[in-house]
Design a protein around this ligand. Structure first.
Ligand code: ATP
Ligand code: MG
Length: 540
């Protein structure tokens, strides 16, 4: 038997051993009312991961029972994001395909005297619900006859009543200590065009009624969900048992993923999109999977992060640094190192003759080391911060009278520099030391540092988008915690090889950070999103 992985697997191991179940079937049940976020990635990793571990199946099931908020745009984005994350579902299913069967289950409950049509308004239902410390009171409609309930429920379906005029409620116990069991509404009247069933229905099942049925219809054995549904489990079981599904699926709850300085709520994320605070659901600042794809997060890094975050029974908050750690870890192995200069000043090489090809290593951490060529020449660019006319203590780059190595090329020695009227350095001149390339007789010369550079003649102009976290630290209202100016745009000079990059190619810009080519990269549009910095603060 496999070593126990987490508490859910312990439960499954035990049930399999006892013969209580003979197969494992799970589902990932998003409501198509927004884009998936990193919290969903955790649920996906658990749902699909458990099915895979036990050789079972995992369905993608859209929980589309609330037409007023749902849309095909979301349906499509969800599929794309799950595939991108690296998972394949066994069946693609829709709760709305079960509306007729759910209706039949509701009728069967009415026939058993376990559901009734109630004329109370939403407010009256709330009022009569009671509180945590006091029981609720029975609705005056609670004891309608089975025949009357059957007729009224049929009329609800036929559109005889206005939205909200009546509901169908489960007849359970108005004094149950669990408020969810106090005659919960299981059907409501709602006239909204559904993205799949159109205007066929004007009554829709509520989540607590629909979900156990969806699971049961599909033969799901483990209905894995987040902790906020724990108090709903008695109702889940009530629906399942009274609709004749025994033993039926078992609901098990795990902790939600929460990450500092961001928020995982589709409702809030939609608000940011609708108010134009971000550039849509796929904005690289968004904690959505499509935002992370634009940002350049590798899907395997997200999976590794979810695995490390683990399956817990109590909610907590995870540091963003942990997610970034896995992103960096993945990119450190896979991203080519290239040279970009963000704040360029001219570097003249006074003794350079013709242009000369230099071979630069692409990635020192790759399994197989490969090289590309960059052109060394008379006019280069280096970063303004890599030369100091009046260096501060411990400064390790180019200074008057000093030397520095140009990455992948020669050691250069200071000759002179020029400033503008304000004293800003405009250009620096150096001479290169012959035979100081790696492997040359002068390569061992002691230098203070190594800096990146590009050739003025063939470098390309690129745009860099750099991002801060969406929210400021703290725990006040999210609306008051939006980081101001969380997107900054820079122009930079990049080595010529980047003209050939493809959308979503990821690089380490030496000494700067990890960057990812935007989805529309190419044909003169040379734009990169910063993925993450080089410094790892996680586990410190
Ligand atoms: P939100 O609150 O962001 O709108 P939701 O729970 O309403 O999310 P659903 O589409 O209903 O979103 O969720 C699909 C599945 O993903 C559910 O099983 C839910 O429990 C799970 N899920 C949602 N958010 C998280 C999270 N932050 N961490 C782990 N699982 C999550
Ligand atoms: Mg939901």
């Amino acid at each position: 038997m496999e070593g126990s992985g987490n508490f859910i697997e312990d439960i499954i191991d035990d049930e399999l051993a006892r013969g209580a179940v003979t197969e494992v079937a799970t589902r990932f049940p998003p409501e198509p009312n927004g884009y998936l976020h990193i919290g969903h990635a955790k649920a996906i990793c658990i749902d699909f991961g458990i099915a895979a571990k036990y050789g079972g199946r995992c369905n993608l099931r859209y929980d589309d029972t609330n037409p007023s908020k749902e849309d095909v745009e979301y349906v499509n984005s969800i599929k794309r994001d799950i595939e991108w994350l690296g998972f394949k579902w066994d069946a693609e299913l829709y709760a709305s395909d079960y509306f007729e069967r759910m209706y039949d289950c509701a009728v069967s409950l009415i026939k058993k005297g376990l559901a009734y049509v109630c004329d109370y308004s939403a407010e009256e239902i709330r009022q009569s619900r009671g509180t945590l410390t006091s029981p609720g009171t029975d609705s005056p409609y609670r004891n309608r006859s089975v025949e009357e309930n059957l007729t009224l429920f049929k009329q609800m379906r036929e559109g005889k009543f206005a939205d909200g005029e009546k509901t169908l409620r489960a007849k359970i116990d108005m004094s149950s200590p669990n408020i969810n069991m106090r005659d919960p509404v299981i059907y409501r009247i709602l006239r909204a065009t559904h993205h799949r069933t159109g205007d066929k229905w004007c009554i829709y099942p509520m989540y607590d009624f629909a979900h156990p049925l969806e699971d049961a219809f599909e033969g799901i054995t483990y209905s894995l969900c987040t902790l906020e549904f724990e108090d709903h489990r008695p109702l889940y079981d009530w629906v399942k048992v009274n609709c004749g599904f025994v033993p039926g699926p078992r609901q098990i709850e795990f902790a939600r993923l929460n990450i500092k300085r961001t928020i995982m709520s589709k409702r809030y994320l939609k608000k940011l999109v609708d108010e134009g605070r971000v550039d849509g659901w796929s904005d690289p600042r968004m904690p959505t999977l499509s935002g992370m794809r634009e940002r350049g997060y590798p899907p395997e890094a997200i999976r590794a992060f979810c695995a490390a975050a683990g399956v817990a029974k109590s909610n907590g908050e995870t540091e963003v640094a942990m997610l970034e750690h896995f992103v960096r870890d993945s990119l450190n192995k896979s991203a080519d190192r290239v040279m970009v200069v963000k704040d360029p000043i001219k570097l003249n090489i006074v003794n350079a003759a013709a242009d000369e090809e230099c071979l630069v290593e692409n990635n020192p951490n790759a399994d197989e080391v490969t090289y590309r060529s960059v052109t060394f020449g008379k006019e280069l660019y280096i970063d303004r911060s890599d030369f100091a006319a009046d260096p501060p203590p411990k400064y390790k780059r180019l200074v008057p009278g000093g030397t520095v190595r140009l990455k992948g090329a020669y050691i250069v020695k200071y000759v002179s520099h020029e400033c503008d009227a304000d004293g800003n350095v405009t250009e620096v001149s150096c001479e290169y030391i012959p035979d100081s390339k790696s492997g040359g007789v002068n390569a061992g010369m002691k230098v203070k540092g190594v800096i990146q550079w590009v050739n003025a003649k063939d470098s390309i102009d690129v745009t860099l988008n750099e991002y801060d976290y969406l929210l400021l630290d703290g725990d006040g209202d999210f609306n008051d915690r939006l980081t101001p100016d969380s997107k900054k745009v820079y122009s930079a000079k990049a080595e010529a090889s980047l003209a050939l990059a493809k959308p979503y190619d990821r690089f380490q810009f030496i000494r700067m950070g990890y960057y990812s080519a935007v989805g529309s990269y190419g044909e003169g549009r040379y734009e990169f999103n910063m993925v993450t910095g080089l410094k790892d603060s996680y586990g410190k």
